[in-house]
Ligand binder design. Sequence first.
Ligand SMILES: NC(=O)c1ccc[n+]([C@@H]2O[C@H](COP(=O)([O-])OP(=O)(O)OC[C@H]3O[C@@H](n4cnc5c(N)ncnc54)[C@H](O)[C@@H]3O)[C@@H](O)[C@H]2O)c1
Ligand SMILES: N[C@H](C(=O)O)[C@H](O)COP(=O)(O)O
Length: 325
Amino acid sequence: MADRPPLVVTCGEPAGIGPEVIAKARLAAPDIPFVVIGNPDHFQGLGCPVDVVETPVSASQHGLSVLAHDIPGPRVPGRPDPAQAAGVISAIARAVDLAQTGAASGICTAPIHKKALKDGAGFAYPGHTEYLSALGGDADVVMMLACPDLRVVPATIHIALSEVPRALTPDILETCLRVTHAGLRRDFGIAAPRIAVAGLNPHAGEGGTMGTEELTWITALVARLAPELGCFGPLPADTMFHAGARAGYDAAVCMYHDQALIPIKTIDFAGGVNVTLGLPFIRTSPDHGTAFDIAGRGMADPTSMVAALRMAWDMVGRRQGLALV
Ligand SMILES: NC(=O)c1ccc[n+]([C@@H]2O[C@H](COP(=O)([O-])OP(=O)(O)OC[C@H]3O[C@@H](n4cnc5c(N)ncnc54)[C@H](O)[C@@H]3O)[C@@H](O)[C@H]2O)c1
Ligand SMILES: N[C@H](C(=O)O)[C@H](O)COP(=O)(O)O
């Protein structure tokens, strides 16, 4: 791959397992160039040498190269410090700036604690996905969770379950299908994606006897878009994730967060990756959170962080290859 700037990794919640999995990923994947944005002190004592750099291009691949960022106070595993919230948030914005100016090839975000950021700094977004969309110019984005055996995209994300039927509109579902289709082609190299669409209701509504959304609009929308986007359904969600069903599609678009995330985190929690499709820059994240219950105990599994870094770096290469054709 021609010389490309490294990835930039945001530190996430210092009290979580982010620093630990970042340090372990540095040692596990020396072939992937990345620099971390955070407080260098928060990465000491994690089994990896730490050096402070001024720009991403100075990153080492044998130790943790950190772009120092103002996130005050010590790292206390399991105990988020409200005084650190503003710095955690601004580190994400700084990463976006580096990616959008070309100083970094893409972003991998370590887990944030959504409530800690809301309580500590009035974070106005439900999570990274919505914040990154705003930073990316209010781009139409989707949150994909991907592992070798499954890719899922929830059409609605961080809202109460009771809000889903109201939030799930034809425009939302069509945009989700279009962004998913484009991402499968561009970033996963699938020329003609097959997209399975889950029903909202049990048994996909059972002919209208268990809910009517499938009859009133979902089925017609999927049929209208099928020739262009390779989508089919709506399917009963409880029988679309077994191995045989998964062989019939490249991604599953689901109607709400847990309908999508339960199957993938059941199949491959260790190896799953959260990838935001539709942004004007590459962004991945591990599929796990801050894991306060194990933070600081050296137990965190870095597999998902490594997979997120590798997916981002692979996307850089694929896009570079596309750019060269
Ligand atoms: N990418 C992200 O920023 C992201 C992703 C998911 C959750 N979160 C946030 O993290 C916080 C905690 O969320 P949660 O408790 O629902 O999920 P979680 O993933 O933090 O933890 C769930 C369980 O999985 C275990 N676990 C998680 N990652 C692990 C790892 N790498 N190795 C070993 N065990 C691991 C934890 O110990 C815990 O028992 C919440 O604020 C949530 O919103 C952030
Ligand atoms: N919904 C994701 C999950 O449960 O894995 C997670 O919260 C990440 O969301 P953001 O990347 O938007 O923070």
